[in-house]
Ligand binder design. Structure first.
Ligand code: SF4
Length: 327
């Protein structure tokens, strides 16, 4: 048990469920727990979102990216230390039938995005296979629009299943590659697969006919934001069959700052003052910087004949009709 004793009576909702979660396995650094889950599909909020419905098979993420914005998700469980996000991994107790029923609420024109606050192909997936089980249910559906975001080549395990899903649904995988510099990637994303492995998965997916975008997200000032760095990632994405490339500036909420600022102090001390000045006012980088990055991205995309974002493509003529009739 994560808590030695019964969960404190004052905890409610997800915090209480988290406190009551049984331990599935404890490695030296990471503890896996099983989380009872009432709903597997959540509704995304905010007009900035490209997706409407979100699915997160896990809570927490072992990859431990220093910039991870999703650390806030553990705060809902009263786990206030932001480092626990990568050390206490909650695997959701999965039941296929309730998930199948929940999928019925997805309406025409709406998307389901897997991996908005966790990586669905983090190490826990090798053992618990919850993402795989969800995809097996989705494979029985038709006319659903699915997006998957990951940094892991483990998605290659599911290529055949994703190709099967893509015959009757629209599928797009978003592979995040922030840099091709392996040493920098190791600093920024300590336990995520190497960029070369991620690009290998892009190749495998695209060879199977699955639409793949590469995201160089987040773009961090004076760390991975040079045009040369973005160009290298975009070129590698194009060479491995991705059809689109995009990125956005770093977003740093206070819980993420608690991890990112000490990281800067250790590895980029000359940047600490400037980052603090910018992010202590707002979690978003505003002003000229986002425009400058977008201009760089446009030039880079033009050089490699890559699209920006694109609407998911439907696999055959009758899919829209099916979509209308079923949802
Ligand atoms: S892979 Fe995504 S969810 Fe996991 S730590 Fe990195 S940014 Fe966070």
């Amino acid at each position: 048990m994560f808590f030695e004793e019964d969960p404190p009576a004052q905890l409610v909702g997800i915090a209480r469920l988290a406190a009551a979660s049984p331990t599935l396995e404890a490695k030296q650094r990471v503890e896996y727990l099983e989380l009872e889950t009432r709903r597997f599909i959540g509704r995304a909020s905010g007009s900035r979102m490209l997706f409407v419905w979100t699915v997160n098979p896990y809570r927490g993420c072992e990859f431990g990216c220093k910039y991870c914005y999703a650390r806030y998700a553990h705060e809902f469980m009263e786990l206030r230390d932001p480092n626990l996000f990568e050390r206490k991994i909650f695997a959701k107790r999965f039941r296929p039938e309730p998930f199948r029923q929940e999928l019925k609420k997805v309406k025409s024109g709406e998307s389901v995005w897997i991996g908005t606050a966790t990586d669905p192909y983090q190490p826990a997936e090798r053992r618990f296979r919850i993402t795989r089980k969800m995809l097996e249910v989705i494979a029985g559906e038709r006319s659903i629009e699915i997006g998957i975001t990951t940094k892991s080549d483990l998605i290659g395990r599911d290529v055949a299943l994703l190709a099967q899903i893509a015959k009757r649904n629209a599928v797009r995988v978003h592979m995040t590659v922030t840099t091709l510099d392996e040493a920098l990637a190791r600093l920024l994303e300590p336990l995520a697969p190497r960029p070369a492995l991620r690009l290998g998965a892009v190749r495998k997916l695209s060879d199977a006919g699955i639409a793949v975008s590469v995201l160089a997200h987040p773009v961090m000032p004076l760390i991975n934001d040079s045009e040369a760095s973005l160009d290298r990632v975009c070129q590698a994405a194009a060479e491995n069959g991705a059809s689109s490339f995009s990125a956005g500036p770093l977003f740093l909420k206070p819980c993420a700052q608690q991890v990112f600022f000490p990281f800067l102090e250790q590895h980029f001390p000359h940047l600490v003052r400037r980052y603090k000045e910018r992010f202590e006012k707002s979690p978003f980088l505003k002003g000229h910087y986002p425009e400058m990055i977008e201009e760089r991205l446009e030039r880079v995309r033009a050089r490699h004949n890559m699209k920006s974002r694109e609407v998911l493509e439907w696999p055959s003529n009758d899919q829209l009709t099916l979509f209308e009739s079923i949802r």
